[in-house]
Design a protein around this ligand. Structure first.
Ligand SMILES: Nc1ncnc2c1ncn2[C@@H]1O[C@H](COP(=O)(O)OP(=O)(O)O)[C@@H](O)[C@H]1O
Ligand SMILES: CC(=O)OP(=O)(O)O
Ligand SMILES: [Mg+2]
Length: 417
């Protein structure tokens, strides 16, 4: 009998849930449906749904404010869809995969039992927009689908390969080691998908593939991938470091906060029993980025606007992205197969791609304007000019599929306990 897998991706501005059917002898899960609630940081939230030819796009929703609300809404929607009889019996859902952003030192996916749950909870302060919402969904699944086995996939695992001189911060090493203060890096489930997809597209084994990958969504990061493994990435101990995002400042001078407010070190009023953050962390994670600069977190609207604040936000993003493309190109010794754009902004932001690629022409990249404006169908699409030295690709990343594939691949390990 086919097994049903529910794959849940709780991002900072969206929740995406895909339903798969996996047959015993095939290693590729077959997608039955995909539902997405987006706009959690820019209400009204909207539903996108796809099952075969059946499509719903942009249905506005009321009273959906958190990732848990979004998940409960989606599960209800899926189970009420008459065209999805596979979900009529909740007990048929054998596995649920959960994207958990901060997994500390976990090098691979884990079955969620009491120990893993508590370990993920202890990391909540280090991913204030992510771990607690993911745990709220895990709790909901445990009560609604008691028969499903919950597996956590960590955004940080892909970066376990970063060498010590890249993951170590130059601070007192006793404190660093005691408090586990190092660079972890995130968006790893997406980078793993991208590596696999680009390796197939370029017909080059992943172990020989060098790419500069940009996952640009509500949270944005860059990754230098060498021989299919993470060499460096822009996020750090927390997803705040590196590129700016919808509500995040990205990297700033660490002293800035003490000049911004005298209350920087005080507990934030939005701290909860599960998650403690300081006022500084609250400001830099939730009240900065595109929201602070322009009043909206919708980068599509920012890119289309002529307002000076939007133009400034756009220019800042291009500038910070360039910092990483340039330095990762050097770290990879110029041996780069492709520059890859992914995530909501990377996949849909033609203007941003054009601007960034235009600025790195000196490195051998060049955009094909027609292909860039309207990238064709497919998981990976070339938007670079034919004569360019390196490819410029758009990859429609799919974190849910990456997790579901992992479950099928490791079904034996996950079925044991
Ligand atoms: N046409 C567009 N051009 C640029 N950015 C866009 C466009 N459409 C959507 N976006 C942006 O994509 C981002 C969401 O990306 P996504 O990767 O789905 O987010 P999340 O981090 O929640 O997973 C939002 O900032 C949204 O404004
Ligand atoms: C790690 C991270 O920032 O994720 P997202 O872009 O989904 O918020
Ligand atoms: Mg995301």
């Amino acid at each position: 009998m086919p097994r049903i897998i529910l794959s849940i991706n709780a991002g900072s501005s969206s929740v995406k849930v895909s339903v798969y059917e996996a047959n015993g002898n095939s290693d590729t899960p077959n997608q039955l449906a995909e539902a997405q609630v987006e706009g959690l940081t820019a209400p009204p939230t909207k539903l996108k749904y796809e099952r075969g030819d059946q499509k719903v796009k942009g249905k506005e929703l009321d009273d959906i404010n958190t990732q848990e609300d979004a998940f409960r809404y989606i599960l209800d929607y899926l189970t009420k869809d008459n065209g999805l009889p596979q979900l009529n019996h909740k007990e048929d859902i054998k596995f649920t995969c959960h994207r958990v952003v901060h997994g500390g030192d976990y090098p691979k996916a884990q079955i969620i039992d009491e120990n893993t749950y508590h370990h993920i909870a202890t990391l909540s302060d280090l991913a204030p927009l992510h771990n607690a919402p993911a745990l709220s969904i895990i709790r909901a699944v445990t009560s609604i689908l008691p028969n499903a086995k919950n597996i956590a996939y960590f955004d940080s695992s892909f970066h376990a390969s970063m060498p010590p001189h890249i993951k170590t911060y130059p601070i007192d090493q006793k404190v660093a080691s005691h408090n586990q203060l190092r660079k972890y890096g995130f968006h790893g489930i997406s980078y793993s998908f991208i590596t696999h997809a680009v390796s197939i597209y370029l017909q080059k084994p992943a172990s020989e593939l060098n790419i500069i990958a940009l996952h640009l969504g509500s949270g944005a990061s860059a990754c230098a991938i060498q021989g299919g493994k993470s060499l460096d990435t822009s996020m750090g101990l927390t997803p705040l470091a590196g590129l700016p995002g919808a509500t995040r400042s990205g990297s700033i001078d660490p002293s800035l906060m003490f000049h911004f407010t005298h209350e920087a070190g005080m507990p934030s009023r939005s701290s909860t029993k599960e998650m403690h953050i300081t006022t500084a962390e609250e400001i830099l994670n939730k009240k900065s980025g595109w929201k602070a600069l322009t009043g909206t977190t919708d980068f599509g609207a920012i890119s289309a606007s002529q307002d000076p604040e939007c133009q400034l936000a756009f220019d800042i993003f291009c500038d910070r992205v360039l910092n990483y493309v340039g330095s990762y190109y050097v770290k990879l010794g110029g041996e780069v197969d492709a520059l890859v754009f992914a995530g909501g902004i990377g996949e849909r932001g033609a203007r941003l791609r054009k601007e960034v690629v235009g600025r790195v022409e000196c490195l051998g990249f060049r955009i094909d304007e027609g292909a860039n404006e309207k990238p064709g169908e497919g998981v990976v699409v070339d938007v670079g000019a034919q004569e360019a030295r390196h490819h410029t690709l758009v990859c429609r990343t799919d974190e849910q599929l990456e997790m579901a594939r992992g479950v099928v691949e490791e079904a034996e390990r996950f079925s044991k306990k």
